[in-house]
Design a protein around this ligand. Structure first.
Ligand code: GLY
Length: 346
């Protein structure tokens, strides 16, 4: 097991990464929570697999489980209202604890519910997908969606702990594993050429799982260093959005359904690298290297996207800044830079 400390002054927390950690939930929670009542929020798929295990691991606490539907549609005001109602029915108070058990949807929804109910109740993230373990559970972004776009209502609120049990990754479908791999590859591309090289050389899931604890740790280390420097996403944190400007437009084009976030970001990274090459920021051949590693993990490298579709998406994108877009480009693999470009020049 590895423990990584996120050093945000006054709101420090540990990310626990390793095999068999669900069984240790009680032990880990006891380090940061001295109360009695815990509400676990999960979805129907993850709840079926792990809610009993986590509840047992929390023996001695007064635990209730609140279950929402699986899928992006649960990041809605309707589900949020349901969660608030159930938490109030369970008699949650400010000194209790909320646990998010699931992937990015459950983590973002639970984080937002926790940061707002009763003006804030502490929460712990137990991410069960690769995407959630390396990205959404770390750094304190919480949100729900609006019809106009994803994550448009939310808060910055750091969890009290993150418990990333790498065993949960073994039950993921190939599609959901690849979804997370896109973000893993992104970390290599923006910050860590060595990680990028390791990922390029992995040939199958067996080799991936042999290195998974190290890979999740490296991604969380990169993300936590960035978040420590720029918690509120006004500067360097924006490099985490490499591939996301194009990616969000692709997700929107496919109505956030058949194309996963990771699939869209994968193609988005190739598009951003190509844009960088064409505009003399990124060395020639970089997009090709990214394409090669994405293909190792069965990720797409291109979608048709019109300028209109891209601009429509960028119009409500949180990365847009007046008439300018903060486009994340690569100086080289392992080194990202924020470029402010005119929306029309894209
Ligand atoms: N997922 C990007 C961020 O946390 O800033």
């Amino acid at each position: 097991m590895k423990i990584l400390k996120v050093n945000i002054p006054g709101r420090e927390y540990n990310i626990h990464i390793g095999s068999g950690l669900l069984e240790k939930t009680g032990e880990i929670v006891s380090e940061i929570f001295k109360g009695k009542r815990i509400a676990i929020i999960t979805d129907k798929n993850v709840g079926t697999l792990y809610a009993d295990k986590v509840t047992k691991a929390l023996a001695g606490y007064d635990v209730s489980v609140i279950t929402v539907d699986a899928g992006e549609k649960s990041k809605s005001f309707e589900t949020l209202q349901y969660v608030y109602t159930r938490l109030i029915e369970e008699g949650i108070t400010r000194t209790d604890l909320i646990v998010a058990l699931g992937g990015g949807v459950v983590g973002d929804l639970t984080g937002f519910a926790s940061s707002t109910i009763l003006r804030g109740v502490d929460f712990v993230q137990i991410p069960t997908t690769l995407l959630a373990q390396v990205d959404s559970s770390v750094g304190g972004k919480t949100a729900v969606n609006l019809p106009q776009g994803k994550n448009l209502v939310g808060s910055f609120c750091q969890p009290k702990a993150v418990i990333a049990d790498t065993d949960t990754l073994k039950t993921l479908s190939d599609k959901i594993l690849s979804d997370g791999m896109a973000e893993v590859i992104k970390y290599g591309a923006i910050c860590d050429a060595e990680l990028f090289e390791i990922l390029s050389n992995i040939k199958n899931n067996e080799e991936l799982f042999a290195k998974i604890e190290e890979i999740v740790y490296t991604c969380c280390r990169i993300k936590s260093e960035i978040v420590e420097e720029d918690e509120f996403d006004t500067g360097r944190r924006m490099i985490l959005n490499f591939g996301h400007t194009f990616g969000h437009a692709i997700e929107k084009k496919f109505n956030f359904s058949s194309v996963t976030h990771g699939m869209a970001v994968a193609a988005g990274m190739v598009m951003a690298a190509t844009w960088g090459e064409e505009n003399n920021v990124t060395p020639k051949g970089t997009a090709e290297k990214i394409e090669a590693v994405l293909k190792n993990y069965n990720l797409p490298t291109a979608y048709d996207l019109t300028k209109e579709e891209l601009l429509a998406s960028a119009g409500v994108d949180k990365k847009s800044d007046g008439g300018l877009i903060n486009l994340i480009l690569l100086n080289r693999i392992g080194d990202a830079v924020i470029h402010k470009i005119d929306r029309q020049s894209i």
